[in-house]
Design a protein around this ligand. Structure first.
Ligand code: ADP
Length: 391
């Protein structure tokens, strides 16, 4: 082990030596005096004195304590040192005349950084052991600090995410009310005064109404997005074929308008959050019909059960893999991962939409503990896949 960083610091290191045998104290003092680093040694001879010294002085760089003290053991001191928050950053080395494996294990388990036997050879090595202990301690403290900091950041991030979701929720809610007025009055003007209006004015008002509709759709999507993960939704037993019947009913207008078809194979009954599952299927099927120039836009839904490695821990678990295949326009390879990002739209001119749908899907799938991806060839249709673990 290199001790460069300890050597580089030229300040004297202070050691509290808790040892009652004078000869040994003298020997240790001499050994440290001959070392290349400057050490300052304070000696006390009992547990009581050690605690008093620690109470009255600044923390030493290191404590070296005899295991057998007249009024206790070095491990008792260790407990005290570890127990006081202030002293938590002081490393402690235990010394004994004889070493037994049990003693070594007990010392290290209690939190001693090292353990030395009081033989001349080991004592001569004490400065080196001390430097190594200091270095290891410094690294451990740094690691602990970094961990604490990281924990702090994670917490802040979680709070920020929650705040943001709350904010999005409130703002979208509040935006809806004035927007409704804008839409209502535009419709009123168009309906009641349409005939008397100049052609141009009517055209402009139509544009206001369309923009209002787009904004309303966007607000609705942002509200949904802010609800995912923010609200607790109960898990229930959901027959997916029945759920898909509902989805088809909700999409009836677009299916009929396009002369399209949604083909659903036999699906399982699963335990899941119904609302989110419906949202998922709605978005994916709607997209399959929408981004489609075929004479008969068709979306096929199938599934299979398979095994996957458990995310946490050993072993395997079952998961459902759903496939939603369409005969639509397809997606260029370079955009295939980007479409799951917020507001990423490839065909914004030709097709209506807000660019939020797939982001909602990804967030839902994250919450359910699965994955979502797409395979597609331009002009040859797309297949969206998602998995969810079996509960
Ligand atoms: P929106 O449908 O509101 O545009 P989405 O988040 O649902 O937003 O989709 C993002 C983009 O991904 C779409 O604008 C479209 O370009 C592309 N996309 C999504 N689904 C399909 C699909 N089935 N076929 C082709 N392109 C798709």
């Amino acid at each position: 082990m290199k001790c460069d960083s300890i050597m580089a610091d030229s300040r004297a290191r202070t050691i509290l030596l808790v040892e009652d045998e004078e000869i040994e104290v003298e020997l240790i003092r001499r050994i440290f005096k001959d070392d290349s680093l400057e050490w300052e040694i304070f000696n006390v001879s009992s547990l009581k004195e050690a605690l008093k010294w620690l109470g009255e002085n600044k923390s030493p760089s290191l404590i070296i304590a005899d295991y057998f003290l007249p009024d206790g053991s070095g491990l008792d001191l260790l407990k005290e040192v570890m127990g006081r928050e202030k002293r938590e950053i002081t490393p402690l080395i235990i010394m004994t005349k004889h070493s037994t494996e049990q003693l070594v294990v007990r010392s290290l388990k209690s939190g001693a950084v090292d353990y030395v036997v009081k033989s001349l050879k080991e004592l001569q090595n004490l400065p080196w052991t001390a430097k190594r202990a200091l270095l290891e301690w410094k690294q451990a403290v740094k690691l602990k600090q970094a961990e604490e900091e990281a924990k702090g950041y994670m917490k802040e991030l979680e709070i920020a995410k929650l705040d943001l979701a709350d904010f999005a929720h409130t703002v979208s809610h509040d935006l809806r009310v004035p927007l409704r007025s804008v839409q209502a009055f535009t419709t009123l003007i168009l309906e009641d005064y349409g005939d008397t209006l100049d052609e141009r004015v009517r055209e402009y008002l139509e544009k206001v109404r369309e923009a209002g509709e787009r904004m309303s759709a966007l607000i609705k999507d942002i509200l949904t997005l802010s609800r995912v993960g923010r609200e607790f939704i109960e898990v229930e037993t959901v027959g997916l074929n029945k759920l898909l019947e509902e989805v088809k009913k909700d999409l009836k207008a677009i299916i009929e308008e396009r002369g399209g078809e949604v083909v659903v194979e036999e699906l399982p009954t699963i335990s899941t959050q119904r609302v989110w599952m419906k949202e998922l299927f709605m978005n994916l099927i709607d997209n399959g019909l929408k981004f489609n120039r075929s004479g008969k836009p068709t979306v096929e839904l199938s599934y299979e059960e398979r095994e996957r490695e458990k995310r946490k821990g050993e072993g395997k678990e079952k998961e459902y893999l759903f496939k939603i295949r369409d005969n639509g326009i397809g997606i260029e390879e370079e955009y295939q991962s980007r479409i799951f990002n917020l507001s990423e739209r490839l065909h914004s001119q030709e097709y209506e939409g807000t660019g939020v749908g797939l982001n909602i899907c990804r967030k839902i799938i994250d919450k359910l503990g699965g994955n979502i991806w797409v395979e597609s060839k331009t002009g040859k249709g797309s297949t969206f896949f998602f998995t969810i673990p079996e509960r």
